[in-house]
Design a protein around this ligand. Structure first.
Ligand code: UD1
Ligand code: UDP
Length: 362
C-alpha cells in the first residue's frame, strides 16, 4: 500500500512525525506499507522546517515543491498543479493530509480530482469563524476526504451535525485521538533546554502568529503591549514566528521587556513548555501541549477549536484585548489549582497507531 503524505507547515511536520514513525514500525514488522513524502515548501526557513525533519528523524521528503511566501491563492494553486503531477506519476492508494493549512487543502483538492482516497488527520475541528483561512481549508478538506480522523469527540460531533452520514457512501469518521499527544509523550524525555537562553526562574512561554492577530495592527498592538507589561515582572519568552517578526519590524511596538528568540526546534520547545509556568498563545497546537504538560494556557483568540480545554478549565480565551489578557494573567497566577488532566481528552498517545491500523485494514 502506498501513501503519499503532503506536508508544508511547521505543525504538520510535528504531527506527521508520529504517524511516519508508526508506518516505519509496521513496515519493519512485515506490513506492506510505503510512505512517499511531499513537502510543499510553505515553510522553508531551516528553523521552521529542516530542524523538525532532523530532530524527529522524518525521512527526507521525496519531493520538495518550493512554494512558500506567496498569497493564499497563488500558493494553493501552484501546489495543486505540482501535487497533481506527482500523484499521476506515483499512483498512490491514499493521500494523507494534516490539519488546516493551504498545503492541506491543495493536497486534498489534487487527490480528489484524480479520485484518490484522502485521509484527513485532524478532521472535524471548527472555529465557526469563516474569516479564518484555516476554517475554510478544513471544511473543504473534510468534505472531500474518505477517512476523517478526528482528534476529539467534539470534532466527531461537528461532523455529525454537518450531516457527514449523507456526504458520500464511503466516508468514514474515526475517533483516532490527537497525534500531537503521541509526539508530546514520545519527545518529553528527549527535551533539550535552548542553549544561549538565560532563564530567570518562573517564565511565561508565548507564541503569536495567527493572521487575525498579526494582520490587524490594533490587535497586535494590544497583545504586545499586554505581554510587555507582564514581562516587567515575569520573564516572557517569545520564539517569534517569521510572519510576526516582519510585522513587528514594520510598526511601532514596545517589545523592550520581552525575551524574543528565533523559532526553536521541537526538542527545545518541549523543554520550554515543560519548564514554564504559563503558556500564552494563539497557536492551535500549543494550547494542547500546555495541557499535556499540565501548564495553564491563556489563548489570545476569540474562539478555539479545542473547546474541551476551555470546558475543563485548562484554557482561558481572552481575544486580543489588553485588559482581558492582563486580567486573565493575574487570575491564573493567583489561582493555586490548575484544572488539568482530569480526564484523557486526546486519546492517550495512541492516535498514530489507530490511524495506521485503519489505513492498513481499509
Ligand atoms: C500557516 C498556516 C497556519 C498555521 C501556521 C503554522 C495557512 C493558511 N496558515 O500560517 O494555519 O498555524 O502556518 O505556523 O496555511 N515565513 C517565512 N519563513 C518561513 C515561513 C513563513 O519567512 O519559513 C513568512 C513569509 O513572509 C510568509 C509568512 O511568514 O509569507 C506567512 O507564512 P504562511 O505559510 O503563508 O502562513 P503562516 O502564518 O505561517
Ligand atoms: N513550535 C516549535 N517551535 C516554535 C514554536 C512552535 O516547535 O518556535 C511547535 C509547537 O510546540 C507546536 C507546533 O509548533 O508543536 C505548533 O505550530 P504553530 O503554532 O506554528 O501552528 P498551529 O498549531 O497554530 O497551527
Amino acid at each position: 500500500m502506498k501513501i503519499i503524505t503532503i506536508l508544508g507547515a511547521r505543525p504538520q511536520f510535528i504531527k506527521a512525525g508520529s504517524v511516519s514513525r508508526e508506518i516505519i514500525c509496521k513496515r519493519e514488522a512485515g506490513c506492506n506499507i510505503q510512505e512517499v513524502i511531499v513537502h510543499t515548501g510553505q515553510h522553508y526557513d531551516a528553523n521552521m522546517s529542516d530542524v523538525f525533519f532532523e530532530e524527529m528523524h522524518i525521512s527526507k521528503p521525496d519531493y520538495f515543491l518550493g512554494i512558500g511566501g506567496k498569497t493564499h491563492g497563488a500558493m494553493t494553486g501552484q501546489m495543486i498543479e505540482k501535487i497533481e503531477s506527482i500523484l499521476v506519476k506515483e499512483e498512490p492508494d491514499w493521500v494523507m493530509v494534516y490539519g488546516d493549512t493551504n498545503s492541506t487543502l491543495a493536497g486534498a483538492i489534487a487527490a480528489s480530482k484524480l479520485h484518490i482516497k484522502i485521509a484527513h488527520v485532524e478532521a472535524g475541528l471548527r472555529s465557526f469563524n469563516m474569516r479564518m483561512p484555516e476554517e475554510v481549508n478544513r471544511i473543504l478538506t473534510d468534505r472531500i476526504s474518505s477517512v476523517l480522523f478526528c482528534p476529539t469527540q467534539a470534532a466527531v460531533d461537528n461532523l455529525t451535525k454537518e450531516g457527514v452520514d449523507s456526504w458520500q457512501t464511503d466516508t468514514s469518521v474515526v475517533l483516532s485521538g490527537d497525534v500531537m499527544q503521541d509526539g508530546a509523550l514520545f519527545y518529553k524525555g528527549l527535551a533539550q533546554k535552548p542553549s544561549n537562553l538565560n532563564i530567570a526562574g518562573d517564565c511565561v512561554l508565548c507564541t503569536i502568529h495567527r493572521a487575525e492577530n498579526t494582520d490587524d495592527p490594533q490587535r497586535l498592538k494590544q497583545i504586545i503591549s499586554a505581554l510587555n507589561e507582564i514581562a516587567q515582572t515575569q520573564q516572557v519568552i517569545l520564539p517569534l514566528h517569521p510572519r510576526t517578526k516582519k510585522l513587528l519590524e514594520m510598526g511601532e511596538y514596545d517589545t523592550s521587556n520581552l525575551s524574543i528568540i528565533d523559532p526553536v526546534g521541537y526538542l527545545n520547545m518541549v523543554w520550554l513548555i515543560d519548564n514554564c509556568s504559563l503558556v500564552m498563545t494563539d497557536s492551535g497546537g500549543l494550547q494542547k501541549e500546555a495541557y499535556f504538560f499540565g501548564v495553564p494556557c491563556i489563548t489570545m483568540r476569540d474562539e478555539t477549536e479545542w473547546v474541551e480545554l476551555v470546558e475543563a478549565g485548562a484554557n482561558v480565551l481572552v481575544g486580543a484585548d489588553k485588559k482581558r489578557i492582563l486580567d486573565a494573567y493575574h487570575n491564573t497566577k493567583s489561582s493555586s489549582v490548575v484544572e488539568t488532566h482530569s480526564e484523557d481528552l486526546y486519546g492517550g498517545g495512541k492516535a498514530s497507531k489507530r490511524i495506521v491500523k485503519v489505513l492498513l485494514n481499509g
